[in-house]
Design a protein around this ligand. Sequence first.
Ligand code: ADP
Ligand code: G6P
Length: 459
Amino acid sequence: MRSSFLIVANRLAVDRTITEDGTASWRRSPGGLVTAIAPVMQRRDGAWLGWHGAPNEELKPFEHDGMNLIPVPLSANEVELYYEGFSNATLWPLYHDVVATPVYSRVLWDAYRAVNERFARAAADIAADNAVVWVQDYQLQLVPAMLRALRPDLRIGFFLHIPFPPAELFWQLPWRREILEGLLGADLVGFQRPGGASNFIRLCRRQLGLQNQRQEITYGDRTVRAEAFPISVDFGELDSLVREPHILARAKEIRSELGEPEHVLLGVDRLDYTKGIGQRLKAFGELIADRSVRPGEAVFVQIATPSRERVEEYRNLRDEIELRVGRINGQHGMLGVPPINYFHQSYGRDELAALYCAADVMVVTPLRDGMNLVAKEYVACRHDLRGALVLSEFAGAADELKHAYLVNPWDTDGLKRQMLAAMRATPHELSRRMRSMRRRVATYDVDRWAGDFLAALER
Ligand code: ADP
Ligand code: G6P
């Protein structure tokens, strides 16, 4: 059936995982893109085109959790070259301030182009006449232009979930012109922050010699708009979830399992080198080592969701983090009281919500992050107005959550000071900060984000 509203993303909402005994099962896909798009899709009639997470497998369209999902297959070779390669070893580090060194390889680029072409063709096949097609994220930046060439009748939007880098960094990319032209196939290109939109406009002027009037770029006989739409979470859903007795009971149980420490600190991230996990654990380790806090007085829970495990930088990061956790626990732990509880596992929504409720201090310290939805989820879960958010200035969320304990994750002393301040804050201080952050997230929730983007696209 043809669809008048189509989401095109590398990922579907669910991931097909094959367990060691060979059985296949579905699991929610990791990351912020799925967290944001799933509720949008559940409330609209349309289809979601994307990869289902397993190589060499062709699946029929299916329904899941109120969403029509249309799988796009990838071969094992494409997973390696397009997904692990160009998307996650070239673009991901380049767009995150080169915190790891990007790999530039023509073989990876060729695979990226070929897979983008497949997504564009699949979208062209199922979009109804004059349909709205919303393309997502850095894995599919060529799709807008490819799709427009196939189907000029469509209205095409593009949203980049990660930062769009400054011209000085983007300039390194041997295929910079092709990427800009790919994005310009859209009618509207959305970014997390105004800085991303202006980086893009500046590059269009410098690389392609285009003219613009504020947000509007003239491109041949069309106008392309570049604008910021800060993404958000489903505030209402989280806010009611954490009022349910079973979540509250589980939150209590978590604190008791941790030995009823005075302060529970929490980190929840994909295990990714952009997240600053090592920096925050180092700071916490020093607080214990210099006796600013006693082991047992404060416990750090770090959830590190497995991610992109075959990419070398991610494998190295895992070794590095696990070494650090082992050292700190080995040196400063006591029997039954490790200062850090570390988990390399995925969790369900309920367990995550209970963890957010159990945590006195949420520590979110990315070195660069498009938005960071974990920070907003924590805020949405704290209707009790308790709990402090320690938040990196380098996360998009810092633009909105100004009442967080803001930190520069590279500044270990500053990070230690803010973590301590968050632990020592009075209830009055905590509620003042949390109330203001909740107001912001409640107003600019994920529906508002999608509504604003789609209204601008259809204008
Ligand atoms: P990114 O998109 O880079 O992963 P975000 O913070 O924007 O970072 O989004 C992460 C999303 O993944 C959040 O919605 C968070 O709840 C979810 N998430 C993170 N870790 C886990 C986990 N272990 N189990 C389930 N969901 C997780
Ligand atoms: C970030 C990206 C998403 C991606 C997610 C998880 O949120 O912006 O596009 O889906 O990370 O990463 P993965 O590689 O597992 O899809």
